[in-house]
Design a protein around this ligand. Structure first.
Ligand SMILES: *Cc1c(COP(=O)(O)O)cnc(C)c1O
Length: 369
């Protein structure tokens, strides 16, 4: 069953020669930290986005932490975001000493309801942090318009949206900075942890490079605290270089799998993903909703199919964030989505046969609900 979730095992078998060659290239170079592969990957990832700068970091969470600090967000500031995200989005806001402020989401796309942002702005608000959830972009025209009107910065959480487009523009090119994760399951995944923050602003990029390198601009001389050791690993960078060349092919494969799900499940009462106007969706996840979610998942488990939920608990209802003071019902659409959402297997190497097994089992189970 695990192979239906961890698609990178199949991918490794298909790409093994290239991946091992990447590892060997770095090991033989003798340059193991911040060497040529990180530098070239940064250039290539920036070029893919048509943006000036990219700083490789150690994971997606720290891409947000350093990104926030690099654009001037810190203790006492408020950052407006959503609660239906991978908790690291919010962990990162908290880690810089800022306060996360949540707005609700659109029921049909599960993306930030930007119409609620203005009423959440206070005199401490510093930054808007939209999450391009499941593989499509939040309404960035509306986000940047509000940011401009109120003098706020924008950091995009692109951990699930490598290569996604909003009105023709790539995710990550619409705010002051954007954070990416290369966690193995992501649309562009490393063979371990990795992340990057991209920006069009040379000063923000300089800040990122200093922060990831202990707060040093030059070796052995700290110019800023707190600093971090938050570098992208050289081996992961070389693997990511190889995989970046295949990113568009990965996305096409995900879109083809999504199209098959959509066709096969169209006649059911499962609520399928909706693509927001002007978006192209890269399907990091194929997230569906059903009021009888828990019963469906239990019935599928009996048939040997174990599906995952992204995410079962909205961040504002998690114990570690209880101090933020959001009670039950504070974000009704977010909370309802968390009770009804689940994900169908989605990764580029998912075979037709495995996809059919999931579809057939799901059709069977839905017929009994
Ligand atoms: C995966 C993810 C992160 C965190 O990335 P890591 O590399 O696991 O630290 C942050 N935000 C979102 C939306 C994610 O999906």
């Amino acid at each position: 069953m695990t192979q239906l979730v961890w698609g990178y095992l199949d991918e490794y078998e298909q790409e093994r020669d290239d991946i091992l060659d990447a590892v060997d290239t770095v090991f033989r170079s003798g340059k193991l930290v911040l060497g040529p592969s990180v530098k070239q990957f940064e250039e290539e990832f920036a070029a893919y986005h048509g943006i000036a700068h990219c700083a490789g970091v150690d994971n997606g969470t720290n891409a947000i932490v350093l990104g926030l600090r690099a654009i001037g967000v810190g203790p006492g500031d408020e950052v407006i975001t959503v609660s239906n995200t991978a908790a690291p989005t919010v962990v990162a806001i908290d880690a810089v000493g800022a306060t996360p402020v949540f707005v609700d989401i659109h029921e049909d796309t599960c993306l930030m309801d930007v119409g609620q942002v203005e009423s959440a702005i206070t005199d401490r608000t510093r930054c808007l942090l939209p999450v391009h959830l499941y593989g499509q972009c939040a309404d960035m025209d509306a986000v940047t318009a509000i940011a401009g009107k109120h003098g706020l910065t924008v950091l995009e959480d692109c951990a699930q949206a490598h290569g996604a487009r909003y009105r023709g523009r790539l995710a990550g090119t619409m705010g002051e900075a954007a954070a990416f994760s290369f966690y193995p399951t992501k649309v562009l995944g490393a063979y371990g942890d990795g992340g990057a923050t991209i920006t069009g602003d040379a000063q923000v990029d300089a800040n990122l490079r200093r922060l990831r390198y202990y707060g040093m601009e030059q070796v052995y001389h700290v110019v800023e605290t707190p600093g971090y050791n938050s570098r992208l690993d050289e081996v992961q960078a070389e693997i990511l270089r190889r995989k970046l060349r295949r990113l568009d092919a990965y996305i096409e494969a995900r879109q083809a799998i999504a199209a098959r799900y959509a066709e096969a499940l169209a006649g059911t009462d499962l609520v399928l993903p909706r693509i927001a106007d002007g978006n192209s969706h890269v399907y990091y996840l194929y997230a569906v909703h059903h009021p009888a979610r828990d019963k469906i998942l239990a019935a599928l488990r009996e048939r040997g199919i174990s599906l995952s939920i992204s995410y079962p608990w909205p961040v504002h209802r998690q114990r570690g964030f209880a101090h933020l003071g959001y009670g039950q019902g504070a974000l009704p659409v977010t909370e309802r989505s968390a009770e009804q959402v689940f994900s169908l297997p989605m990764y580029p190497s998912l075979s037709r046969g495995d996809q059919d097994k999931v579809i057939d089992a799901l059709l069977d189970v839905l017929a009994t609900m």
